[in-house]
Write a protein of this length. Structure first.
Length: 84
């Protein structure tokens, strides 16, 4: 995970996709009416909530991850990201 990244806004419902290197992040705003139903379907009711997918293997992990648990996200990215 790098310190800098480029943002590419899709313009639909406040969803933001960020791309750099070997990991891709997407952000979805729960309070946007266009995204509320999707968040409920994903059971992402405690925010921030992380889903980790790995290509054709699909969802590998999901967890609630506030600032105090940030290391949990770093560890998961290290675990699932392919070597550079």
């Amino acid at each position: 995970v790098g310190d800098k990244y480029d943002n590419a806004k899709s313009g639909s419902g406040g969803t933001e996709i960020t791309k750099m290197g070997r990991v891709r992040f997407a952000e979805m705003q729960y309070d946007n009416p266009n995204n509320e139903e999707m968040c409920k379907l994903l059971n992402a009711t405690k925010l921030p909530y992380i889903f980790i997918y790995k290509g054709s293997q699909g969802k590998m992990e999901e967890f609630q991850c506030g600032p105090a648990k940030f290391q949990m996200l770093v560890d998961a990215v290290d675990k699932y990201a392919d070597p550079a």
